[in-house]
Design a protein around this ligand. Structure first.
Ligand SMILES: [Fe+2]
Ligand SMILES: [Fe+2]
Length: 285
């Protein structure tokens, strides 16, 4: 006999958590759902989170927002799209889908960067990191920060806080990229900086694709999606791409000692965190 699979939309009841998994959807076998609902601390209409779902590693109480059989949910979702004619007709013009597509291009560049670091290909890195810098300017600053974020900031739960986190990520990525490229001009591949850049940018993309965009998706109408898409297209057309230029022609920043110090600090922090214990919680129970 096949096991019944449930599609459950939930809201985490931990009020102090600052990470992005507060709302979400999971698939659970019915028997597992019953077991989690019966656990101590789970009240009426709630269940304890399965292991690994809370990003901070705790067993949280989740409130059920919606629950249905998974096969039924799949049919319903397909029906919704077809009926509304929203995403199906305009999948190619959906700004969130477009941004996620652009993320794939950035991830490919990060793979290239990792290979270039291994090969100590300094000129290759000079060009690839310029392309990533261009992506951050066009995609993250011009499209996300100037077009998308202002529109949804006051609509989504904890919008201003979430957008502050996104913007901080962008600034940190730019700072790492800039310092690393300055090092390349000095003839050095600063491993601490480039490793942080690759890891942080990958994490940022995952955060947007799997959490942030999922969260804001339900707050955008078809008309707004069309407007955002058109504005983003206009920005793309008027954007003047960053080009790598001549690596040997100095000019980015003369503070070589500061870069080396930062690189060494990051390297030592990484070694501590790889040996050290777990992250502390944000107030989880
Ligand atoms: Fe992005
Ligand atoms: Fe971003």
């Amino acid at each position: 006999m096949s096991k019944k699979l449930l599609s459950i939309k939930y809201q985490c009841q931990q009020p102090h958590c600052q990470v992005f998994c507060q709302k979400g959807a999971i698939l659970l076998e019915e028997s597992e759902f019953e077991r989690l609902s019966a656990r101590a601390g789970a009240g009426e209409g709630t269940f304890k989170s399965p292991s690994g779902v809370c990003r901070m590693g705790f067993s949280q109480t989740f409130k059920v927002v919606n629950i249905e059989e998974a096969r039924e949910a799949g049919r319903q979702a397909a029906g919704d799209v077809a009926a509304a004619g929203v995403k199906a007709a305009d999948a190619g013009k959906d700004p969130l889908a477009r941004l996620s597509e652009e993320h794939k291009g950035v991830l490919k560049k990060l793979d290239i960067i990792s290979r270039q670091v291994l090969k100590r290909d300094i000129d290759g890195l000079w060009h690839t990191t310029a392309a990533v810098e261009n992506d951050i300017l066009l995609h993250s600053i011009k499209k996300e920060e100037e077009v998308l974020f202002p529109l949804i900031e006051d609509r989504v739960p904890m919008g201003p806080a979430l957008i502050t986190i996104m913007k901080e990520d962008h600034r940190e990525l730019i700072a790492l990229l800039h310092a690393f490229r300055c090092g390349l001009q000095d003839g050095e591949i600063l491993d601490g900086l480039v490793n942080s850049l690759v890891v942080n940018l990958r994490n940022h993309i995952t955060k947007e694709d799997e959490e942030f965009f999922v969260l804001i998706d339900e707050y955008l109408s078809l008309k707004e999606r069309e407007d955002i898409f058109a504005r983003m297209k206009g920005i793309e057309e008027s954007h003047i791409p960053i080009v790598a230029g001549d690596r040997n022609k100095k000019g980015l920043s003369p503070y070589a000692q500061d870069r080396k110090k930062l690189d060494a600090q990051i390297a030592s922090l990484k070694s501590i965190s790889s040996v050290g214990g777990e992250q502390s919680c944000c107030g989880g129970s």
